[in-house]
Design a protein around this ligand. Structure first.
Ligand SMILES: *Cc1c(COP(=O)(O)O)cnc(C)c1O
Length: 387
């Protein structure tokens, strides 16, 4: 269906479509299914049907999986009810009792809680590492180190990891590399091609794109597909046909949305850095960002999410600024069409992040950038008045 020359934007439009099987209808319809009927006992015995049971998938899910397999260059992609579950499922597919796991200190906070509470209870020990460690990660390896978990850029502070360098160290020691690639999406960072064995995505964010679906996936290379499929099947993970339809619908417009999200984020960032209330911007797309060189080497784009380190200000002053913004919602998650803003709560154990003042995280939505700047301008007036 695809050849080597096809561009990802084209793949987004074409991959996973099954129009012929659906009377020419462009999009695979929503299938809602639990029981699948077999024509004979012989067929039951052989599980000889394209779809065997609702939990194991239906044509809507198949369309989504086919599309993501092409986009990720994956042997298999398994879909799960949330991005956090994708993190958990990826780790559980490679680690068991007695194993050791290395996790980036800048990972999504709930991923850290999963490691510290749940994995620990099942006998997996986690060591956090400085996200900028690169090939020096070799010093943290133990004989029982089974996997290295990366997230790049890191949550809240946006450090870019040298995933290829980390992967070559890990692979030389027989360890797996897992990458939470939610920020860049497979469109802007080819996780498996950069050395990850399992590419993790919170579909909830940019692939869904409309703040109306919770979903995650893990895309596996050839060597990791079988164990991922086994864990996924044995633990009964399932996503609905309705949600698959929404994810596919979002996927088709991912490229245009990401371009616009990134352009508006850069417009806001350039304006913000001229403001006296701002100390610095955290965004590897900016040329003077410490992560820019690796970003430029490994990524083909960015997105709408970035951080802002303010000059020292009280929590009350920041609240006065954020509480009455009109176009920026106060809410967790991101990746939808709407702009969001939240104070960032940075937690580290293996590395330091020295912030001059409070850190806020902005998701630049699809609104007019001028309207967003006008909104933030009034916000800064409230910040100053409350300081
Ligand atoms: C939001 C997020 C997740 C979790 O996704 P949910 O669908 O909300 O569970 C995982 N990783 C990163 C980097 C995220 O931003």
């Amino acid at each position: 269906m695809t050849d080597d020359k096809e561009k990802p934007e084209t793949t987004l439009s074409s991959a996973g479509r099954m129009s012929k099987a659906h009377f020419g209808v462009v999009n695979t319809p929503v299938y809602r299914a639990s029981t699948i009927l077999y024509p004979s006992v012989a067929a039951l015995d052989a599980h000889d049907m394209p779809f065997t049971y609702g939990r194991r998938g239906n044509p809507t899910l198949k369309s989504l999986e086919d599309a993501i397999n092409v986009l990720e260059g994956a042997a298999r992609t398994l879909f799960v009810p949330s991005g956090l579950n994708a993190v958990a499922t990826a780790i559980l597919s490679v680690c068991g009792a007695g194993d050791h796991l290395l996790v980036a200190d800048t990972c999504y906070a709930p991923s850290r809680v999963f490691c510290d509470k749940t994995l620990k209870r099942f006998g997996v020990e986690t060591t956090y590492y400085d996200p900028l460690i690169g090939a020096n990660i070799v010093s943290l390896f133990r004989p029982n180190t089974k996997a290295v978990f990366c997230e790049s850029p890191g949550s809240l502070t946006f450090e870019v990891q040298d995933v290829p360098a980390i992967a070559s160290v890990a692979h030389a020691r027989g360890a797996s590399v897992l990458l939470d690639n939610t920020w860049a999406t497979p469109l802007h960072y080819p996780a498996l091609a950069r050395g990850a064995d399992l590419s993790i995505q919170a579909v909830t964010k940019y692939i869904g794109g409309h703040a109306d679906v919770m979903m995650g996936y893990v895309a596996a290379n050839e060597s990791h597909a079988a164990r991922l499929l086994e864990l996924h099947g044995n633990s009964g993970l399932y996503v609905s046909g309705d949600d698959c339809f929404l994810a596919l619908r979002g996927l088709r417009t991912l490229a245009v949305r990401l371009k616009r999200h990134q352009a508006t984020a850069l417009t806001l960032a350039q304006w913000l850095r001229t403001r006296p209330e701002v100390s610095r911007i955290l965004c590897p797309v900016l040329e003077d960002d410490p992560g820019h060189a690796i970003w430029k080497r490994d990524f083909s784009g960015g997105c709408g999410l970035f951080g802002v380190v303010l000059k020292p200000a009280s929590h009350e002053a920041v609240s006065a600024m954020l509480d009455r913004l009109v176009h920026f919602g106060l809410g967790f998650s991101w990746g939808g069409y709407e702009s969001l803003i939240v104070p960032a709560d940075i937690r580290r154990t293996a590395s330091k992040f020295a912030a001059e003042g409070p850190v806020i995280r902005i998701h630049a939505g699809l609104e007019d950038p001028g309207d967003l700047i006008a909104d933030l301008t009034k916000g800064f007036e409230r910040l100053r008045a409350a300081s």
